[in-house]
Design a protein. Structure first.
Length: 544
């Protein structure tokens, strides 16, 4: 039996834009709470959320933003992020998600590569001054004509929107098509340059809808979303899964804090909780865990990186999330391709990434021949269907390299499929690290470190971590006569690349293990590092 499956469904795909879908939800659930953000003292019903997105959309129109224009958003999780997501969709502007952890080099690249003309940004996040950083790169971004700082300009944007009629918004909304591009999300690039996965209304609206269907959301559900909105996990599995079903989006904080998540989950009577494995581990291990009433929880989603089976079991038993599901996917597929179902046998719900999603196809192929392998054999997982991105923004070569002539998206992940269609992720072809749900490409960090004047060569690998799944490690070969220290290299990275990309471990070497043809053997580097760092326990963790 071949490793191929297609997702049957009695429900058709949604053939509408995000704005049209939100309007239908408002008609059905206008008085239900839609968005709750306790750290901003913000609450909105669906009708109020609709009115807010209308004002923001009209304000953007008044500022000259129209269909196809790129609007960047650089902010941690706030209510304005959610309003902006739906406001831009309603006018056909393409929302460009900018990672809150970006530093100047990454910010400049995202703004220029996508051609952002209007940027919405927080004043600061944690110890990072966004306004100062924007000032450092703005001169290198010729298409950026306006930046709106949330703390200073959000209310004025809404007031400006209130001064113009609904007519321009209605006119532009009726002109939109559901296959129009609506979102650009940057994924780290194997060549050192991030690629902008370009997604349509059809891509992300349907993916969010079918995720919500799988966990059986209704207007009675309240979903705690501590994962970042700039990522598909937050804005698709989170926001769009909720708004397609009239459920409530609950935002516990600007960024993840285990204590806050537990408190808000109890306080807001949440029925569902999201997270990458490291988040659930932090919640389960928090000293105050036993003091919180989580009895209303029934479901949730664990995704973003390989899910340890033992952690899944604890989430089900100790957090009352008996209907928790695992999702597997990637930004380029909007993102979910497989998901466990609520009625799957326990061993399948905790030990696999589920089966193919509705209206989606998956297959496992031999990486060398592209031929579909037999069930039980390992190969590359490929995905096809409505969820596959439109392509990488302004990067045809990368698009062609990822999506083949038969429209299959090659994930780069090694998987097996059993005869019932359940998928296990067993490794990766791509040279990629997944740290706490974030995809990190070693090549990007290597390119950055090559710029250090005292580094002759560098190889970056992922090493196992019980908390984050993987951590970044750099093997560095200094130039002859140069003296390097961990402290100096960390200082070199600080403020210039995202914190999660700064290596957690460093090793200074004179050479790297190589094949006879001169290829670096990163798997041997990993084995050596696990032994030297004492990471055997983390390496032995079983995942789905």
């Amino acid at each position: 039996m071949l490793s191929y499956a297609s997702g049957p469904s009695s429900l058709p795909l949604l053939g509408e834009t995000i704005g049209e879908n939100l309007r239908r939800t408002v008609e059905r659930h206008g008085d239900c709470e839609a968005l709750v953000v306790p750290h901003q003292d913000y609450r909105a019903t669906y009708l109020q959320l609709w009115d807010q997105t209308s004002l923001a959309a009209r304000g953007l129109i008044a500022r000259g933003v129209g269909p196809g224009d790129r609007v960047g958003i650089w902010s941690p999780n706030r209510f304005e992020w959610v309003v902006t997501q739906y406001a831009t969709a309603r006018i056909g502007a393409i929302l460009v998600n900018i990672n809150p952890a970006y530093r100047t080099t990454e910010l400049e690249y995202a703004l220029t590569q996508s051609g952002v003309s209007f940027l919405i940004l927080a004043r600061a996040f944690r110890q990072t001054d966004y306004v100062r950083m924007l000032g450092e790169v703005k001169g290198a971004c010729p298409e950026l004509r306006e930046a709106l700082v949330l703390e200073d300009g959000w209310d004025s944007l809404l007031r400006e929107g209130a001064r113009i009629s609904e007519d321009p918004l209605t006119a532009v909304a009726t002109s939109l098509q559901f296959d129009d591009p609506i979102n650009i999300q940057y994924t780290s690039g194997t060549t050192g340059f991030p690629k902008g996965a370009t997604l349509s209304h059809h891509n992300i609206l349907n993916n969010g809808f079918f995720v919500g269907e799988t966990v059986k959301y209704t207007s009675d559900d309240r979903v705690c979303i501590p994962v970042p909105f700039y990522h598909c996990f937050g804005m698709v599995l989170g926001n769009l899964a909720c708004t397609t079903h009239g459920a409530c989006i609950v935002v516990p904080g600007e960024a993840f804090d285990a204590d806050v998540v537990l408190r808000i989950t109890e306080q807001e009577r949440c029925t569902s909780l999201y997270g990458v494995p490291s988040m659930f581990i932090a919640e389960l291990e928090h000293p105050a865990f036993g003091q919180h009433d989580l009895s209303r929880l029934r479901t949730g989603i664990m995704a973003g990186s390989p899910c340890p089976i033992e952690v899944m079991k604890k989430v089900q038993s100790r957090m009352n999330m008996r209907e928790v599901t695992i999702c597997y996917g990637m930004t380029e597929t909007s993102p979910v391709s497989t998901q466990s179902a609520l009625d799957d046998p326990l061993e399948k719900r905790v030990g696999t990434v589920g089966r193919v999603h509705p209206h989606v196809e998956v297959k496992v192929v031999d990486p060398e021949t592209d031929r579909v392998v037999q069930c039980g054999q390992s190969g590359e997982l490929c995905t096809r269907g409505y969820s596959v991105m439109l392509g990488y923004w302004n990067n045809d070569a990368a698009t062609t390299g990822a999506i083949d002539a038969a429209h299959w998206m090659h994930t780069g992940d090694l998987a097996t499929m059993d005869e019932a269609g359940y998928v296990n992720i067993v490794g990766r072809i791509k040279d990629m690290i997944i740290r706490g749900g974030e995809n990190i490409y070693p090549r990007e960090i290597e390119e950055f470190l090559y710029a250090h004047p005292d580094i002759s060569d560098v190889q970056v690998i992922g090493v196992p971590s019980e908390r984050y799944g993987e951590e970044v490690m750099a093997w560095v070969r200094p130039k002859e006569g140069a003296t390097l220290t961990v402290e100096s290299l960390e200082a070199f990275c600080r403020g210039r690349i995202a914190t999660n990309k700064v290596p957690r471990y460093w090793k200074f070497v004179e050479s790297f293990p190589m094949t006879v043809t001169g290829k670096v053997q990163k798997y041997l580097m990993r084995d050596v590092s696990v032994e030297e760092l004492g990471l055997q326990a983390a390496a032995s963790v079983t995942t789905a």
